[in-house]
Design a protein around this ligand. Structure first.
Ligand code: FAD
Ligand code: SF4
Length: 338
């Protein structure tokens, strides 16, 4: 399908100075409004003339949405905080190092300087059919071009497909899930706080959106409780080009050990399904067991149960098995028998 790339369609640019003003503007303009943070994902859509909002609500002038603050129980990161600031923040690095590590692996330094945490967790899927303007299910049509015998689906889902087989592409999200982060949403009715994993929706719930935000809502901040501060963390991202690229897959785990045994654990993966996956069955199975290679082996097998590969992405099953194994048993035990 031809995509015209000349100039962006016209829109009204609104630049509120407070969360309350932004929320009122979003509520007033409903589906015609588009929230803009760092603009990295937003401008792709606008320049390619694939999304044509009438109104852009630019959050960049809202100081209360920026920065990392200490709270009585951990930290709170404003949605407009740049990824670079998070990666370099001393408290994040010291107590919640998995988040610093995850955001440091996002894209390139330039993108991390401009891209925000709110934008990273709220970004859209990278399926090239959809982003190229093809009228697929996610675009409101009635076909998935990626899920056909000849569809290009090497980067797509092995879990959770429901008509759409695109994956959630964020690197920060699995780290936020294992830190038990809470997403603070400003809605027309006030503040709503949800667990990190509950911010996301799969295509079975809403095929044209990736998160629970309704017209009039915006993500205000992300709170990270102290419960997992200083835990034993593991984050690994696999991508085609190490210089910078979206994840083919990533894994995050947070463990608290009692002796050599796993006392508490959270583990999550992304880029395997249309929404980030917390692996609760794996968490339950490994609790009380030693954090070693044989527990990792068992966890890896359990993690891939029920995976359904597409034509070109069967490699994701052994990849996920090994990443989960490494996230529990340690990298020194890894085998790369893909
Ligand atoms: C070339 C390239 C490579 C990339 N590589 C990676 C990668 O390796 N890993 C990775 O994780 N990401 C990657 N990204 C994604 C990039 O990190 C995100 O596009 C970026 O973080 C989006 O953030 P932004 O601040 O620019 O948001 P925008 O592009 O402005 O917004 C993104 C989306 O989020 C919505 N949004 C933004 N803020 C809010 C808010 N506060 N409340 C509600 N909705 C909001 C916007 O409406 C929009 O739909 C890459 C992007 C590019 C362009
Ligand atoms: S995977 Fe999803 S986004 Fe891609 S073509 Fe299919 S329906 Fe569209």
């Amino acid at each position: 399908m031809a995509v015209i790339r000349d100039v962006m369609p016209a829109f009204d640019l609104l630049q509120p100075g407070s969360v309350a003003d932004a929320q009122r503007l979003l509520e007033k303009h409903q589906e015609e409004a588009w929230i803009m943070a760092g603009g990295l994902d937003s401008f792709d859509w606008l320049k390619d003339r694939i999304k044509k909002p009438k109104v852009l609500v630019d959050l960049s002038g809202i100081e209360e949405l920026k920065g990392v603050r200490g709270t009585s129980d951990g930290i709170e990161i404003g949605a407009m905080t740049a990824l670079t600031e998070i990666a370099n923040h001393p408290t994040v690095k010291k107590d919640y190092g998995i988040l610093a590590q995850a955001v440091e692996l996002v894209a390139s330094p330039q993108i991390r300087n401009q891209g925000t945490l709110g934008g990273n967790v709220s970004q859209d899927v990278r399926c090239w059919y959809y982003r190229g303007g093809w009228p697929c299910y996610r675009a409101g049509g009635n076909i998935c071009y990626a899920d056909t015998p000849v569809g290009r689906n090497r980067e797509h889902a092995i879990f959770g497909a429901n008509r759409c087989v695109a994956v959630h592409p964020s690197d920060s999200v699995p780290a936020l899930i294992v830190l038990d982060a809470k997403f603070v949403i400003q809605t027309p009715k006030g503040e709503r706080i949800v667990d990190a994993e509950d911010y996301f929706v799969g295509p079975e719930t809403d095929i044209t959106h990736l998160n629970i935000l309704q017209p009039g809502d915006l993500l205000k901040s992300i709170r990270i409780p102290a419960a997992w501060a200083g835990a034993k963390f593991y984050f690994e991202k696999v991508r085609d080009r190490n210089v910078w690229d979206f994840p083919l897959m990533n894994v995050a785990s947070a463990m608290v050990l009692s002796g050599s045994k796993i006392d508490r654990i959270r583990i999550a993966v992304n880029a395997v399904a249309p929404r980030p996956m917390r692996l609760k069955a794996v968490e339950d199975a490994v609790r009380g067991k030693p954090a070693d290679a044989s527990t990792g082996e068992m966890a890896g097998e359990l993690a891939v149960e029920g995976a359904v590969p597409l034509q070109f992405n069967a490699y994701k099953i052994p990849l996920m098995r090994n990443l989960v194994k490494r996230a529990i048993g340690g990298v020194q035990e890894a085998t790369w028998a893909l």
